[in-house]
Design a protein around this ligand. Structure first.
Ligand SMILES: *[C@@H]1O[C@H](CO)[C@@H](O)[C@H](O)[C@H]1NC(C)=O
Ligand SMILES: *[C@@H]1O[C@H](CO)[C@@H](O)[C@H](O)[C@H]1NC(C)=O
Ligand SMILES: *[C@@H]1O[C@H](CO)[C@@H](O)[C@H](O)[C@H]1NC(C)=O
Ligand SMILES: *[C@@H]1O[C@H](CO)[C@@H](O)[C@H](O)[C@H]1NC(C)=O
Ligand SMILES: *[C@@H]1O[C@H](CO)[C@@H](O)[C@H](O)[C@H]1NC(C)=O
Ligand SMILES: *[C@@H]1O[C@H](CO)[C@@H](O)[C@H](O)[C@H]1NC(C)=O
Length: 548
């Protein structure tokens, strides 16, 4: 663990607790603002609570109307719809930087935005996924899943009726992704944070798709929360009880197998997935009728690169190296309504015609989260992200882009504050942004889950089972999901070379829209981000860390 090398007279447990708690709650004041705001997002039914909170916090009720931020340009086009008087309150968002940016977009974009908004429910929860280029496998798989589930029911009936003559055709084949805390190997062998889990879930589904198996997935309750409490199922029902399923296939000798590829590196994944080389048949890899997979590694891009057996199949399905991850993710998982409304409020800004949006994901180090009071991060140190964004902006900006939006995700509260200050502080603007038509936007969500690895379990954080703890954990996971989805919806994104940003890159529509920047202490700092060759390809991303 991270702190094992500390001075032995420091109370290790105390520090670890503090460290973990700091990741969930940056400061007490943020807690009061954010939690209640999040509560109102994720439990929109409880209006009284939401009003009570929002009217006691003057920051959040500060209303920004069109008069406050009159458009600075394009005076001769359509008039703005004055019925949309957005405020952080009626938008149910927790930071006003979005509203500031909104005041600069074209009138037409503003009016379209206005039309997606409802004064009672906030923003539309329709994500308008552009799934047109996702191929043709979805209906076939949904039918297969239905069939497998029926077969499973029939199997259970037969067993209950004590039919001894089961033949193997009666036993449907399944593969599942499970995330379970391994009490013997806490930390190193757990299923990790959001990015780790996404890697494992998407790749395991890919395996099911290639082998005609039914597919299930599950996050252990309390680690930190169930999958069902964070995501809706837009297509197939992937819910199941891992223990029941295991017992069923185990006890009746139907065939159960557990596969664990947690933390495998590039070589080990090749050995695990392609022992026969490019002609590998995935059916022959794990032959039991029910295969339970624990994994935080991807091998989809690897399959496109390496496999000769699946080239035609994938081609016929309409899956490609660059659409697979995104299409499977959107097929399997959809953030819950409250999260979607929040996501949409930003997504629609990022994707406006009159806006060029660039996401910046700056992962500093654990210190900023563990000891917020010692957070010394600033843009003097991290300026290379802004310089890169500036170069990219200058290279990509078109005449129809009335506004440029920089959207920051970071684990440093200090950095986020300095970033937002650039909206109004001309000195800072001149020093870093070097442009007056660029807006700095943040979500204001808790920052402790930016790095997905830190989605902590209740075991690690020693959290009890009280409702408020659970809600806090849930809010944390939801904010990680919101951040990750939003980072994928910007036109371009600059990411730190770790799993979280990579998932957003894989989820993005355009495979050439991500630039990964090295660590702050790296020598290869200077990336020419205006150069089209600076984009990081999926091939490259798939060789790093959680692979791909
Ligand atoms: C202004 O926006 C409201 C709310 O979306 C909508 O009902 C109304 O029709 C719009 N008015 C015009 C003139 O577009
Ligand atoms: C099922 O069948 C076996 C042998 O055919 C018998 O020993 C067993 O008692 C039966 N169980 C039930 C629940 O009927
Ligand atoms: C999905 O599957 C779970 C587990 O089998 C079941 O409890 C649930 O009712 C199913 N949901 C739907 C909508 O069919
Ligand atoms: C928005 O976020 C910035 C940086 O965290 C903060 O300084 C500012 O007060 C926030 N505004 C609101 C309305 O929460
Ligand atoms: C703007 O930022 C600079 C540098 O951090 C700071 O010294 C100055 O006081 C700020 N100005 C205002 C008006 O806040
Ligand atoms: C969690 O708390 C319990 C009881 O308060 C204690 O026995 C246990 O050692 C703690 N675990 C950790 C990892 O701090």
């Amino acid at each position: 663990m991270t702190y094992q090398h500390l001075n032995s007279n420091v109370d290790l447990k105390q520090i670890k607790f503090r460290y973990n708690m700091a990741k969930w709650l940056t400061t007490a004041s943020m807690l009061t603002v954010i939690l209640l705001a999040l509560y109102s997002i994720f439990y929109p039914g409880s209006q009284s609570n939401h009003k009570l909170h929002l009217t006691t916090d003057h920051d959040l009720t500060h209303s920004i109307t069109n008069e406050d931020f009159a458009p600075k340009q394009n005076s001769n086009s359509a008039k703005r719809n004055s019925t949309c008087q957005f405020s952080t309150n009626n938008m149910m968002i927790s930071n006003d930087s979005l509203l500031q940016a909104l005041s600069y977009v074209s009138d037409q974009d503003f009016n379209n935005y206005c039309d997606s908004w409802d004064s009672e429910y906030g923003f539309s929860d329709d994500l308008h996924l552009n799934n047109q280029d996702c191929g043709n496998w979805q209906d076939a798989f949904s039918t297969l899943q239905q069939q497998r589930l029926q077969e499973l029911e029939q199997l259970k009936t037969k067993i209950a009726e004590n039919e001894s003559l089961l033949n193997s055709d009666d036993v449907p084949a399944f593969v599942s992704y499970v995330c379970q805390e391994d009490p013997m190997h806490r930390g190193s062998r757990s299923c990790g944070g959001l990015a780790d889990r996404m890697s494992g879930m998407i790749s395991t589904f890919f395996y099911a798709l290639m082998t005609n198996r039914g597919f299930f997935m599950n996050w252990q309750e309390g680690d930190p929360t169930s999958l069902e409490s964070v995501f809706e199922k837009p297509t197939i029902n992937w819910s199941f009880d891992p223990e029941d399923m295991k017992q069923l296939y185990k006890s009746d000798s139907l065939g159960f197998q557990s596969v664990n590829t947690l933390n495998f590196n590039w070589e080990k994944i090749r050995a695990a997935m392609f022992p026969d080389g490019p002609i590998q048949d995935f059916n022959e890899l794990w032959t039991s009728k029910y295969v339970e997979v624990k994994s935080n590694r991807g091998y989809i891009i690897r399959t496109f690169e390496h496999s000769t057996r699946y080239t035609d199949t994938l081609n016929e399905m309409g899956l490609t190296k660059t659409n697979s991850f995104r299409c499977i993710l959107d097929y399997l998982l959809r953030p819950k309504t409250g999260a979607r409304r929040f996501i949409n409020a930003y997504k629609q800004l990022f994707q406006m015609d009159s806006v060029l949006s660039i996401g910046l994901q700056i992962r500093t180090d654990d210190q900023a989260m563990a000891h917020p009071e010692d957070d010394t991060n600033n843009f003097e140190t991290w300026n290379y992200f802004i310089s890169c964004a500036n170069d990219l902006r200058d290279a990509k900006r078109q005449p129809h882009h009335k506004r440029v939006v920089y959207f920051l995700l970071t684990d440093s509260n200090k950095l986020r504050q300095e970033f937002v200050a650039m909206n109004n502080n001309q000195t800072l603007r001149d020093r870093y942004i070097k442009d007056d038509q660029t807006s700095m936007v943040v979500t204001g969500l808790p920052i402790e889950h930016i790095e997905a690895k830190t989605v902590k379990t209740k075991f690690d954080a020693n959290i009890t089972d009280s409702d408020s703890d659970h809600e806090r954990l849930l809010a944390g996971v939801n904010s990680a999901v919101i951040d990750n989805w939003l980072l994928s919806y910007t036109d371009y994104r600059l990411i730190s070379r770790q799993g979280f940003g990579k998932m957003a890159a894989f989820h993005a529509n355009d495979p050439r829209s991500t630039i990964s920047l090295p660590r702050v202490d790296s020598k290869e700092h200077v990336v020419d981000c205006g150069n089209p060759n600076s984009f990081t390809t999926f091939d490259t991303l798939s060789t790093w860390w959680s692979l791909g």
